[in-house]
Design a protein around this ligand. Structure first.
Ligand code: ADP
Ligand code: MG
Ligand code: ZN
Length: 555
């Protein structure tokens, strides 16, 4: 019944004839009073998921939204469509706020947008107690998780809502949350029993590409010049990078600006507006530039440096191609960035997990497998399909049949479910009696030494590929404990083929781009892959343990 009236509202107010498939399910659940976590890519239509129930149910819906500018836009758009919507945040003076609260208490508002700071104020808490609240929607819900890169301390306190308003449905909505962040959102909001609705994270219009960090400035300039008047964002690791790169682009005739948290907010707003209104074409920015960029025609995103993790990477590339038209995401990666980012984690008590996510980011960058497949498996969308469109799908892949290796690795995990750390599995398979293996009693299991034909380093490589492709998963919350996935059974019991990269191929690929302007000859720095680094570590370890290196690796 309610859903019928919801459909009519969709038509009458928004002019759409039907819900998108997931929207219908979410709205159904909310109308029945259930809590929900909604994961939909940018542009997927999250707003409708709370706006329609807000208009269908009795009372006022509270919408928590982190960005003042976005709040204002949404409320204005709703008002134009005849919806009684208002917002409360620090841009309104006390009288204005009091007037809106009065209206809300009287029941004359259907949707009240509130900033997270306001939600946490004591006076507003008493206001909430006086309202007839239909639902509470928390937009950009990943801001609540300190795992996310947009963490807002004010979000963290919203956990009181469920405790205080037990019967009011809470909706958390976000476009980016890996499994670790998803779980954290539910825990922080005290809605662990919520329905989780997941749309595919796939954004097929974004072309994915990664290159070694070699002659970055020149390659970026060439990339932009080839794209005429298209707008794009270059994400850099440091404030200085953003300034230097922007200057270089400007000196070469590109209309560019820079943006980072060290600038005062007037200047930042000006750059953002210039970009949104196409007065400048390129912004070189740190990750501070982001959430408010509701610009549909960003045609490309470049990562000048390796991002901290795939969640951040996905969020940032997602700012391109919102209009559904073709967009390009180019990622540069190098050992140096990896080391810098690793050193940032040094002091953290969550170092192990942060580094594990960082390593996953580097492995993604260095991989020869389909990038979309790697990305979707990272987000827990188990798939074996190659997209056929990314740089790796288009380029040479040099794969081998790794089914037997995969079976050995997966059976060891199956036997030791919930107990096997990622670093131990290669040692178990290679039959290495290291102190950690002995201490954990791992040498007693049946699969110990089942893969002696490969070296430790090769097994590390195989296992990293199996994780990337979703045949194994890492429970990052537990450190780096391995577990099977929905894809594992097919390999273990249905003999599904697993194709892996060749184990000894060089990770480095020559930069594919030709730089047109003649440049003085530069010697190409050797790009040392993670595996090369691991190889060196092994060598050192062998020396320290006083064993011949071939015991630890075969080359
Ligand atoms: P998100 O918050 O998930 O990024 P929005 O809620 O801003 O996405 O919606 C993205 C676009 O999709 C908007 O232009 C919206 O009007 C449109 N949209 C949402 N739901 C529908 C629908 N059922 N039918 C047609 N268009 C829709
Ligand atoms: Mg939105
Ligand atoms: Zn692909």
């Amino acid at each position: 019944m309610l859903i019928e009236s919801a459909k009519k509202t969709l038509k009458d107010i928004f002019g759409y004839s039907d819900f998108r498939p997931l929207q219908g399910k979410v709205i159904d659940a909310v109308l029945q009073g259930e809590d929900c976590l909604v994961l939909m890519p940018t542009g997927g239509g999250k707003s409708i998921c709370f706006q329609i129930p807000a208009l269908t149910l009795d009372g006022v819906a509270i919408v928590v939204s982190p960005l003042i500018a976005l709040m204002k836009d949404q409320v204005e758009a709703l008002k134009v469509n005849g919806v009684e919507a208002e917002f409360i945040n620090s841009t309104l003076n006390e009288e204005e706020q009091a007037a809106i609260i009065k209206k809300a208490v009287k029941g004359d508002i259907k949707m009240l947008y509130v900033s997270p700071e306001k939600m946490n104020s004591e006076s507003f808490y008493y206001t909430l107690l006086q309202l007839n609240i239909s639902l509470i929607a928390i937009d950009e819900a990943h801001c609540i998780s300190s795992w996310g890169h947009d963490f807002r301390p004010d979000y963290k306190r919203l956990g009181y809502l469920k405790k205080q308003f037990k019967d009011i449905p809470i909706m958390a909505l976000t476009a980016t949350a890996d499994p670790l962040t998803q779980k954290d959102i539910l825990v922080q909001l005290n809605i662990t029993g919520a329905n989780v609705f997941k749309d595919s994270f796939s954004r097929p219009n974004i072309y994915l590409e990664a290159r070694p960090a070699y002659k970055r400035k020149e390659v970026i300039l060439d990339f932009i010049q080839q794209r005429g008047r298209e707008s794009g964002i270059v994400y850099c690791l440091s404030k200085k990078n953003t300034e230097d790169l922007s200057r270089y682009l400007k000196a070469n005739g590109i209309s560019s600006g820079f943006y980072h948290a060290g600038m005062n907010s007037d200047v930042r707003d000006r750059i953002q507006n210039d970009f949104i209104n196409d007065r400048i074409k390129v912004v070189c920015a740190t990750i501070a530039f982001g959430m408010g960029i509701d610009k549909s025609n960003v045609r490309w995103v470049i990562h000048h440096n390796l991002p901290k993790n795939l969640e951040g990477y996905y969020q940032e590339i997602g700012r391109s191609g919102r209009d559904g038209m073709a967009a390009h995401a180019l990622l540069f990666y190098g050992q140096q960035d990896y080391s810098i980012l690793e050193s940032f984690n040094e002091e953290s008590e969550r170092k192990v997990i942060l580094n594990a996510r960082l390593e996953r980011m580097l492995l993604f960058a260095q991989s020869n497998h389909c990038r979309r497949r790697l990305l979707l498996n990272y987000f827990g969308e188990w798939t074996v399909d190659n997209c056929g469109q990314c740089d790796n799908c288009r380029g040479r892949q040099n794969l081998i049949n790794g089914t037997v290796m995969a079976q050995k690795a997966l059976s060891a995990v199956a036997r030791l479910s919930g107990k096997l750390p990622k670093s131990i599995l290669p040692q178990v398979l290679a039959g290495l009696r290291s102190p950690d293996v002995l201490a954990g009693g791992f040498h007693k299991i049946k699969t110990f030494g089942a893969g002696k034909e490969l070296s430790l380093v090769d097994w590390e490589n195989v296992i990293n590929q199996l994780i990337g492709l979703g045949y194994l998963k890492v429970d990052y919350e537990q450190g780096t404990i391995l577990a099977l996935t929905p894809l594992s059974n097919k390999v273990l019991f249905e003999r599904e083929e697993v194709m892996l990269h060749h184990l000894h191929q060089k990770i480095q690929r020559e930069p594919k781009i030709e730089i047109k302007k003649p440049k003085p000859a530069v010697s190409i720095p050797r790009e040392e892959g993670l595996f090369e680094r691991l190889r060196q570590l092994r060598r050192k370890m062998a020396v320290e343990m006083g064993v011949p290196p071939y015991i630890l690796f075969s080359d």
